[in-house]
Design a protein around this ligand. Structure first.
Ligand SMILES: [Zn+2]
Length: 333
């Protein structure tokens, strides 16, 4: 596991025609849409990104997403009929079984959108929908930092904080596919309001990129992003250091509970905030090891995601590959 740590590069783009289980992975993020053609070994044959512009509404955004998907398939050099299925990752809450986005907070105004049925109509092949962080966990477990690991926790730290859990080799999904919301583990029950769920003191309310920048501004820094806070903290600016240390404390606190709960062999951290690398992960690793119960804390390796920007589409692909191979997939439309 140690060889798959923080410095590993994003998966390379491989030549087409390397495997039979080639699928299209689509990722509906709050700010970015992504599409990628992924083969049966997790290699990304082609990849494209564009802005979500969620305010355009589901109909227009999904039209653009499917067009992005078609362009990506064309660029991959696949022949018609070679594409086997479409996997879609999106922020919850959602109904994975029915393929419906229920009311994702990062896509305001989207309610009960039948994403899978619309995608099945557009592509005429099987479609699977999954919570994006759960899908990312599946991607890292199947093709990334967690390959071969039996118990793994994945945390994505970006605009919000999402999580996914692999228990005894299987992805944990919960009753409706919304389990593993590790960003809403409470680190202070009287704490800051959480935009994602409406409660107080969630991990997300301290360590999301949004919250890091917000706490820095409240402390008097003129910053727009968590990246700037990380840079200033790296330059030993006193207020930024304070905000950064609070971020480390909150993340270590939440992760300690998570490690005590699951006793994972591996914790994988992804998302934009983890671009800070060892500046974040180094002190968090030491704290979790010191604070968690023995021997769980010593067993848990904490590393950075190796799939990087590709994690959304590789995760969505891993989900649909797993479903089509092991139990068949609902055919909508
Ligand atoms: Zn919350």
């Amino acid at each position: 596991v140690t060889s798959l740590g923080a410095d590993a590069a994003i998966g390379e783009v491989a030549p087409a025609g390397t495997s039979r289980a080639v699928v299209l992975g689509l990722d509906i993020g709050g700010t970015k849409l992504a599409a990628g053609v992924v083969d049966g070994e997790g290699r990304v044959l082609s990849f494209a990104l564009e802005s979500t512009l969620a305010e355009q509404g589901p109909e227009r955004v999904l039209e653009r997403l499917f067009e992005l998907g078609r362009r990506t398939v064309a660029e991959s050099g696949l022949l018609s009929g070679e594409l086997r299925a479409v996997g879609i990752g999106a922020g919850g809450p959602l109904d994975a079984e029915r393929g419906v986005l229920v009311a994702p907070p990062h896509l305001p105004g989207w309610r009960d959108v039948p994403v899978s049925a619309l995608a099945a109509e557009a592509f005429r092949i099987p479609v699977a929908l999954e919570n994006d962080a759960t899908a990312a966990a599946a991607g890292e477990h199947r093709y990334g930092a967690g390959a071969g690991v039996r118990n793994m926790v994945y945390l994505t730290i970006s605009t919000g904080v999402g999580g996914g859990v692999v228990i005894d080799g299987s992805l944990y999904r919960g009753a409706g596919g919304n389990g593993g919301e590790l960003g809403h583990v409470t680190v202070d029950w009287h704490g800051r309001p959480c935009r994602g769920c409406g409660r107080r003191g969630c991990l997300e309310a301290y360590v999301s990129g949004t919250s890091i920048a917000e706490r820095a501004r409240e402390a008097g820094l003129a910053v727009d992003s968590a990246e700037e806070v990380a840079r200033l903290a790296g330059e030993a600016e006193a207020t930024a250091v304070q905000v950064w240390n609070e971020t480390v404390d909150a993340l270590a606190c939440g992760l300690t509970s998570i490690v005590n709960l699951f006793e994972p062999e591996l914790v994988v951290l992804g998302g934009g905030v983890t671009n800070a690398g060892e500046q974040l992960i180094g002190p968090v690793r030491l704290r979790v090891r010191a604070d968690s119960m023995k021997p769980a804390g010593d067993a848990a390796e904490i590393v950075r995601s190796v799939l990087g920007d590709h994690v959304g589409v590789v995760g969505a692909a891993a989900i649909v590959q797993e479903r089509t191979m092991t139990r068949g997939v609902a055919h909508h439309g």
